[in-house]
Design a protein around this ligand. Sequence first.
Ligand code: ZN
Length: 108
Amino acid sequence: MALVHCPKCDKRISDKAEVCQFCNHVLVADPEKLDSERRINRIKKASNLMTQSFVALILFIGGLAYSAWYSDDGTSTDKIVAQVVTAISFVWYLITRIRIMLFKRDKK
Ligand SMILES: [Zn+2]
């Protein structure tokens, strides 16, 4: 068993230690654990983006359908709200799709 210097507090510790006994600095990052954490984060991010694009699409279709069905009264507040929702959700959907595209491209 050799002694090495802790990179953080510079005290002498065993080279087998995973955590410095003096300052709790993590010396050996488990690559498998890091990898699985990264994978879990990617899955979470991907499902979050998919949920967002789904919600945006539903809002878009809903807003579009609402303004189409109530087209007889063009000045009603409801219709204006529906059109604003449609426009915002359309932009939101596009942004989310672009983010998904960039996310997929950035496969490590
Ligand atoms: Zn230390």
